[in-house]
Design a protein around this ligand. Structure first.
Ligand code: NAD
Ligand code: SER
Length: 328
């Protein structure tokens, strides 16, 4: 795939350069930009997205750019004019939306990371580009390890495998330091989930508080790897802070383990806290995508190489979600 010109050591962006976040108004970006701005200062973090979300705080607080990741020239201008040294590349089409529109999913997910990696090569940038548990397919063990086979049956999963391969190629050939995590399904309350299969684990909280009832689109025995957003943000920043020499061949897509629970266990845990909450299970097409993914992942490589350990379990995640949503 690549014609290697040279094989330099991994390059680090000089300190003091700003951070660009693509897809910043989405589920993860909403939490990640807030944490990056708390650490580096508001003016140092440029939020960008292809859309404006009415009322989203990033449109008013701090630098925001309307930017499609498919617009290479536009990205180049933002990087040069903004003095960018690191890109957190979150823009993507997630699994449920992606399976409805596979061409869009391929275009945005593969085209987006290609533009970001080209930008990184040209301007000496560091990159964070997340992967997903969707890289695994039905032939992977239900407890998937770092080296389990990557044969996804969703287009979304294929694009994530391609993203990992591109990141490895740009590191080997051009020394681009691109790191990534195979996020489990992420559970957060500041922004809605963005069209994924694991969205039920977010929607259920909103429905429980607003209506006392949820119609869940997967079977009650569906078990998937999940993670509370605070753990995911900490994992992201810990990985980006890790010294390059501690990272091995998994740098483009580390397994990280959070919580593994069934949809029924989630509903029961919420019902213990909200009197009268009920949940029906009416599986739709997303059941097939969920069934093709592992139940849980083994993250011993992330533990060994950069000290990863999750903090939230099912009870503390449910408490944090209900508290966050009740305050917001
Ligand atoms: P999201 O759908 O909530 O947000 C993605 C954002 O990208 C949206 O705001 C959307 O407007 C933007 N976007 C779409 N097309 C764009 C384009 N052409 N140019 C610029 N922006 C565009 O997704 P998320 O949950 O925040 O996911 C972020 C990343 O993490 C993605 O790569 C996703 O695959 C990965 N991931 C997420 C989860 C999860 O559970 N949320 C799990 C595994 C991996
Ligand atoms: N949570 C994501 C999705 O369901 C997995 O990458 O699409």
């Amino acid at each position: 795939m690549f014609k290697c010109r040279l094989m330099p050591a991994s390059r680090m962006a000089p300190p003091g350069r700003r951070i660009l976040v693509t897809g910043a108004l989405g589920q993860i970006g909403t939490d990640l930009v807030e944490e990056l701005r708390a650490r580096h200062g508001t003016a140092s973090v440029i939020a960008s997205d292809v859309r404006e979300v009415p009322g989203h705080p990033f449109l008013e607080d701090g630098p925001f750019r309307l930017l499609s990741v498919l617009d290479g020239d536009g990205m180049d201008a933002v990087v040069r004019e903004g003095g960018v040294g690191t890109i957190y590349h979150l823009a993507a089409i997630l699994s449920a939306t992606g399976e409805k529109n596979p061409n869009l999913c391929r275009r945005v997910n593969v085209g987006g990371i290609t533009n970001v990696l080209e930008m990184a090569m040209k301007h000496d940038l560091r990159v964070y580009a997340p992967s997903s548990i969707a890289v695994f397919g039905p032939d992977a063990p239900k407890l998937s390890t770092q080296d389990s086979p990557l044969n996804p049956t969703t287009t979304y999963g294929e694009t994530k495998c391609t993203g990992e391969a591109l990141a490895r190629g740009y590191l080997d050939c051009f020394g681009v330091d691109c790191r990534g995590i195979r996020y489990p399904g992420l559970i957060s309350w500041k922004a809605p989930a963005g069209g994924g299969t694991t969205d039920y684990a977010v929607e259920i909280f909103h429905a429980a508080l607003e209506k006392g009832h949820y119609e869940c689109f997967v079977r009650p025995d569906t078990r998937l790897p999940m993670m509370y957003i605070d753990d995911a943000i900490r994992a992201t920043l810990d990985l980006m802070d890790a010294p390059p020499e501690s990272l091995g061949n998994s740098r483009a897509g580390y397994n990280v383990s959070g919580i593994s629970f069934t949809a029924q266990e989630l509903a029961d845990t919420i019902a213990e806290r909200i009197d009268g909450f009920t949940c029906d299970f009416v599986p739709d097409v997303r059941q097939k995508y969920a069934d093709s993914w592992p139940d849980a992942v083994d993250d011993s490589v992330a533990q060994d190489e950069w000290g990863w350990k999750a903090e939230y379990d099912l009870d503390s995640m449910v408490d944090a979600m209900l508290e966050g949503l009740s305050r917001s």
